[in-house]
Design a protein around this ligand. Structure first.
Ligand code: F6R
Length: 260
């Protein structure tokens, strides 16, 4: 079962997860981090930036992003190539040659999923995958109904996801209709999944993912199929979970040697 950690704020969650990643990078400078975009992982990246300022070297770390919009030029400020460069690669001092983002170019999109899977496999996969969750339960851009065995491929964004992401664009109509995303099967191949969720808007999705049935209707519920999952939520995102007393008890009594 996933370990659920209830933190007092997104910042506290960021510090917790970044501290764990920093420990891993110290032990293995060639660590491979799966990165997500959106608002949720920002406190993790901010805390990792402080680790860098304190002397941690991320230059040998490899990063693989979860997804990309189809049809946005790479230099568009909201393409995930740009977002990852701005929020991860530059602030952490990653080597751009080691940072991978799916190719959302329409001209070559037919083979982009296969190429991304090949790059992941050639590298040997991801050690720790950061995940956010959509209000509709998506992880990556695997919208409800996505196959639990899926690989990287093109998906159509739901109206709800496009509305949720409209805040990043000048008008709602500018949000692309399609994306390329790691599949659920791809995500499940990472060594450790760390799903973060903050705010009341995520409470239903979190409850479905952690305590609901495993179902393609709530893609986040795929985490129940993985043997090493950490779910980091604030009180608001935890509000619809039924077993919070148990999660707090387990985490309070967690042996320190286990790490996250
Ligand atoms: C982003 C991604 C998405 C987001 C999700 C939550 O790469 O894969 O699954 O994690 O849409 O977005 P935020 O964090 O903005 O609420």
């Amino acid at each position: 079962m996933a370990e659920v950690v209830i933190v007092e704020s997104p910042e506290a969650g960021g510090v917790l997860v970044a501290g764990h990643i920093a420990t891993q990078v110290r032990a293995d400078p060639e660590f491979t981090l799966g990165v997500a975009t959106g608002s949720t992982p920002l406190p993790v990246y901010a805390a990792l930036e402080r680790e860098r300022a304190a002397g941690l070297d991320f230059s040998a770390v490899t990063a693989f992003a979860l997804d990309e919009y189809v049809g946005l030029p790479r230099d568009h400020p909201e393409s995930y190539h740009s977002v990852i460069r701005r929020e991860v690669t530059e602030p952490l001092g990653l080597d751009p040659a080691r940072v991978h983002v799916p190719d959302g170019d329409e001209a070559t999109i037919a083979t982009a999923g296969e190429r991304y899977e090949a790059a992941l496999a050639a590298h040997g996969g991801v050690d720790l995958q950061l995940l956010g969750i959509g209000t509709d339960g998506h992880v990556g851009f695997n919208e409800p109904g996505s196959s639990l065995a899926s690989s990287t491929r093109v998906k159509t964004l739901t109206a709800r996801t496009r509305a949720d992401n409209a805040r990043f664009f000048e008008t709602a109509g500018q949000v692309p209709t399609h994306c390329i995303t790691q599949g659920i099967g791809t995500i499940l191949r990472a060594g450790h999944l760390v799903l973060l969720a903050f705010g009341a808007g995520k409470a239903t999705a979190v409850a479905g993912a952690v305590e609901g049935p495993v179902t393609a209707s709530v893609p986040g519920s795929c985490i129940q199929l993985h043997e090493h999952v950490t779910v980091v939520v604030d009180e608001l995102a935890a509000a619809r979970l039924e077993r919070t007393d148990s999660y707090r008890w387990v985490y309070t009594h967690k042996p320190i040697w286990q790490g996250l």
